[in-house]
Design a protein. Structure first.
Length: 94
């Protein structure tokens, strides 16, 4: 139940990831829905459970998706990738 709270906070304010992701999805299902991760942020065993935190860029925003034993449990907005959508302002008419 706690993981659903984390997912809701991630998916409501920035982009509508809830159309593509839900708690309990496997890593393979997440990759099919939004692509491969940008990089591995953290991994290891905690109390006998395997934790993996992966970074994803989605619609110009960067997120950390947390997987326990290969199942999605939470998602957190990290920052807006401002360079993703940057285009210089138009110059004066010529």
């Amino acid at each position: 139940m706690l993981s659903v709270v984390f997912l809701t906070s991630c998916f409501t304010s920035r982009v509508n990831l809830s159309d593509n992701l839900t708690a309990g999805m496997t890593k393979r299902e997440v990759q099919y829905a939004i692509g491969y991760p940008d990089r591995l942020l953290e991994s290891g065993y905690v109390n006998g459970q395997y934790l993996e935190v992966l970074q994803y860029t989605y619609s110009g925003d960067v997120y950390a998706l947390e997987f326990w034993n290969d199942y999605l449990t939470s998602c957190e907005f990290l920052y807006a990738d401002n360079n993703y959508y940057y285009s210089p302002p138009p110059g004066p008419p010529g």
